[in-house]
Design a protein around this ligand. Structure first.
Ligand code: ARG
Length: 563
């Protein structure tokens, strides 16, 4: 039940002749301060039809409107300010939350349609970077949010497991590497070989040719090249999985770039048939000047395919396999141009579904002011960051609640959750810097703060031995509970907005606001005092636990009952 709808209906009942329900709804505003009520209606829109001053119309409407859902209807100049009847609203909303529990806010808009989400997608033989972490957690959260409004998300890890860099790695490994060294520390050693290759190649240009030749061999299925490639991939995957396990993210598909090696000829042929390929100094390109974009390079002069060629094959494969309603790519904004070109080429090929492909970009994150790079050696390893966060969480929990059972598990949920929450609470396009001390704090706008509010609410319910009664009516009329109630009532809209904008931060901000409102309520209201409203207050606290838990679930965080 939504205040806007209630107000719209009440106004509509008296202006039926002149406005539709949609028109009335469109005029409604949310007052800037609570002093002006919950919903406002400016009467300007009726001035023409009624040939009266809006002030007068407002006055007359106020007298006619059925006031049964409202505490009062106030006229301020041309405005009608509606103050909801708190009892009516809390009763209806609490009943709904108690009935639907974690499904409160679910919607069926998606109709079960598939939405592949290209996410994480780190590169084999390189450390997973902070950018990949962002893609992983943003993608994972978008998947949960879309699922909540009825879509079927498909999490795809489009691994960077193909490309000329594998030629370089093979050359470097054969010249300077050893099996033992790779086995001991796969990613570090492979990275060392890769960085070494670039240093040597600056002195000796023939290395680049060798690397190209090896990649060519790999593309053609050469056995030695293939085995080395597979081994690099397996060893890298083992390390990536450590991080995915920590984050508790899993994928429906690990089809990376290599998967499309034998699927690119088809797209290149399609381009030929449609006469879209032009040759440019031996290379094959698609002109995109109609889109104000540089030509897309599809095949190099030596016949090697490119990142975009593999993405074209992947897009087509996903359309065929999943018949997607939308296809999302959660990738840093530095790749915006690539995705523009990708969509444009597919559009040129007359694939109307390319309109449903969306790049979901995000900004750069730095830690302690340091840029995170995987190439130049100055790298911040994600695993270390997460472990450090867990240690910090452990310290705080030990100080606050030294006798807590399963402390290590809670510290893990709080520490990892803190990093994830911090990543998600900012608009995804913002670039930001972080220090772990700030992220793992129990105060401020952090994950642990929200988790702690949830645990506190749980302990109140436990203390009161509260059990919900679906048949009971819970009603609250006071200002203090209303401030909490608002965030519960608006939840379905919040979920929808987050889904439409592909913006987990909308959920994170909701969680923070609800946790803050609850903490204020807890500080100022004697929840457990024995009076006629005690059960209703507890029902409100119960609803808070449901929503905080659901918010955090949508972000990929746990909510320990105690901490
Ligand atoms: N592996 C790429 C990188 O690390 C990201 C891949 C994104 N997904 C895609 N379909 N292009 O830059």
């Amino acid at each position: 039940m939504n205040n806007k709808n209630i107000v719209a209906k009440a106004i509509y009942d008296v202006v039926k002749e002149d406005l539709t329900l949609e028109q009335v709804t469109q005029f409604l505003e949310k007052p800037k301060t609570a002093a002006h009520g919950d919903v406002a209606f400016p009467a300007f829109g009726l001035a023409k039809a009624y040939r009266k001053a809006p002030q007068q119309i407002a006055q007359e409407l106020a007298e006619k409107i059925d006031g049964s859902h409202f505490e009062k209807i106030q006229v301020v100049g041309p405005y009608l300010n509606f103050f909801m009847d708190k009892g009516v609203v809390t009763q209806a909303v609490l009943a709904q939350v108690i009935k639907e529990k974690n499904h409160y806010g679910d919607q069926s808009i998606g109709n079960g349609q598939n939405v592949p989400i290209d996410m994480s997608s780190p590169n084999i033989a390189k450390p997973i970077s902070m950018g990949h972490l962002r893609s992983t957690v943003i993608g994972n959260s978008i998947a949960f949010i879309l699922e909540k409004i009825g879509y079927q998300p498909i999490r795809i890890n489009h691994l960077g497991d193909w490309g000329t860099q594998f030629g370089k790695l093979i050359v470097a490994y054969k010249k300077w590497g050893s099996e033992e060294a790779v086995k001991a520390e796969p990613i570090n050693e492979l990275l060392r070989l890769y960085v070494g290759f670039h240093e040597e190649a600056e002195k000796d240009a023939t290395l680049e040719d060798e690397a190209r030749a090896w990649f060519k061999k790999l593309e053609e299925g050469d056995e030695e090249a293939f085995h080395l490639w597979q081994w690099f991939r397996d060893e890298s995957m083992k390390e990536f999985n450590k991080i995915y396990d920590m984050l508790e993210v899993s994928f429906d598909s690990l089809n990376g770039e290599a998967f499309y090696n034998d699927k690119m000829d088809e797209v290149v042929e399609m381009l030929e048939e449609k006469h879209l390929l032009a040759s440019d100094q031996g290379a094959e390109i698609v002109d995109l000047s109609n889109y104000d974009l540089n030509p897309a390079l599809i095949r190099k002069s030596d016949g090697a395919t490119l990142y975009i060629t593999r993405d074209m094959a992947a897009a087509l494969y996903r359309k065929r396999k999943y018949n997607f309603a939308k296809s999302l790519y959660v990738v840093g904004n530095e790749q915006s141009y690539h995705f523009k070109q990708l969509k444009a080429v597919l559009k040129e090929m007359d694939f109307a579904w390319s309109d449903e492909m969306h790049h979901i970009p995000f900004g750069l994150i730095t830690k302690d002011g340091k840029k995170l790079s995987t190439r130049k050696g100055k790298i911040v390893l994600l695993e270390e960051v997460l472990n450090e966060a867990i240690a910090l969480a452990n310290e705080q929990i030990s100080a606050k609640n030294p006798t807590l059972e399963n402390k290590d598990e809670v510290a893990r949920q709080v520490g990892v959750g803190a990093v994830v929450f911090h990543d998600l609470k900012n608009d995804r396009l913002n670039s930001f810097d972080f220090t772990l001390e700030e992220v793992v704090r129990f105060e401020g706008e952090t994950g642990p703060y929200v988790q702690y509010a949830h645990a506190r609410a749980m302990s109140i319910l436990q203390k009161a031995e509260f059990t919900v009664d679906e048949a009971a009516t819970y009603q609250l009329n006071d200002e203090a509970s209303w401030e909490v109630m608002k965030y519960i009532q608006s939840y379905p809209e919040v979920v929808l907005q987050a889904a439409e904008k592909y913006e987990p931060s909308i959920i994170a901000k909701h969680a923070i606001k609800l946790a803050q409102a609850f903490n204020k309520y807890y500080a100022n209201t004697k929840i457990l005092v024995d009076d006629s409203e005690k059960e209703a207050r507890l029902a409100l606290v119960y609803a808070v636990t449901i929503l905080l838990k659901e918010d955090l679930r949508l972000l990929g965080l746990h909510t320990p009952d105690k901490m």
